[in-house]
Design a binder for this molecule. Sequence first.
Ligand code: NAD
Ligand code: DAU
Length: 332
Amino acid sequence: MERVLVTGGAGFIGANFVRHLVSQTDARVTVLDKLTYAASTEALVGLPGSRVRLVPGDIAHADVVEPLVAMHDTVVHFAAESHNDNSLTQPAPFVTTNILGTFTLLEAVRRTGARFHHVSTDEVYGDLPLDDPARFTEDTPYRPSSPYSASKASSDHLVRAWMRSFGVRATISNCSNNYGPWQHVEKFIPRQITTLIDRGRPRVYGAGCHVRDWIHVDDHCAAILAILRSGRIGETYLVGADGERNNLEVVRTLLRLFDRDPDDYDTVLDRVGHDLRYAIDAAKIRRELGWEPQYADFEAGLATTVDWYRVHEPWWRRHKAASEAAYAAVGQ
Ligand code: NAD
Ligand code: DAU
């Protein structure tokens, strides 16, 4: 792992991962990123230019991908269209980037023999009932619900097929909902934090009973590095931190952190096809790789994230109005 190509390394998790990689290894890193609305080059500022370079480009373009992959021994693949709500209004880029982009990268690593790690999501497994203790494991059947999760499920299948058919050396991780620095204001937690900083009222879809399994982005990044270092080729690892909470609980925790009344929120139109509950059983990565999440206290992690958004207001402010206008257009 001397020369690492990180796709989507200017996005939320990708940029946090590049920072983690630079601090924990001697690797030289190239970020390949299309710099869509979701990218933040600011998130890479301050990293040593001798170790990290940014190449703007599209993972679905073979003429960009092939020569870059040829210069690296390892590819860590984050680049994606990542937001479920966007996939419901405009699904086309999800198919192009998440499916064709992954295909293009796989064809390149097939030729060069580079090690490939595919960053995926727990949403490929569909949802779980609210009143059932069951959790996702590596053996849970695929049952994606949204255009986003179906496109990620397709990309996982491509990775598995390229491993089995062509001997590509790859691993896959499927992680639950991340929170932390540099997450775009369209996503649930940053949307509510930034609205509260503006003294507004959080917006909860439907009854707020939907459950997500929250993990701090630093814990996700550490899990990916553990897989790169000692994960078994061909294997899938689920990543989660036992962070199940329903959306109303998260909003009420935030209201408490802002000294606001617990009922100071609005309910808005529910998401179409809204998955009820995600929950990860991360026993395999804990057992095999000794990975353990460091952010055991969700409220403390949330408080740190609130502080981060207060300090980084000039960054998120640029995106806030457009994001809220897009939500207003669909009644959310
Ligand atoms: P993000 O939307 O914040 O960032 C995605 C990045 O990919 C952006 O920098 C964007 O410019 C880039 N990108 C998009 N299309 C591209 C293309 N065609 N070519 C090159 N770059 C392109 O996403 P995120 O939340 O950081 O998610 C990163 C990865 O992690 C995704 O694959 C996502 O499915 C997965 N994931 C996310 C979560 C989560 O909670 N956010 C959880 C599990 C897995
Ligand atoms: O589970 C992993 C997935 O988590 C990742 O694969 C996705 O890339 C990531 O975006 C995330 O998907 P979700 O759809 O779960 O995240 P989102 O932040 O969009 O919403 C979290 C929950 O909050 C979901 O139940 C919808 C709800 N919600 C969201 C917004 C934006 C609200 O109630 N109000 C809101 O304003």
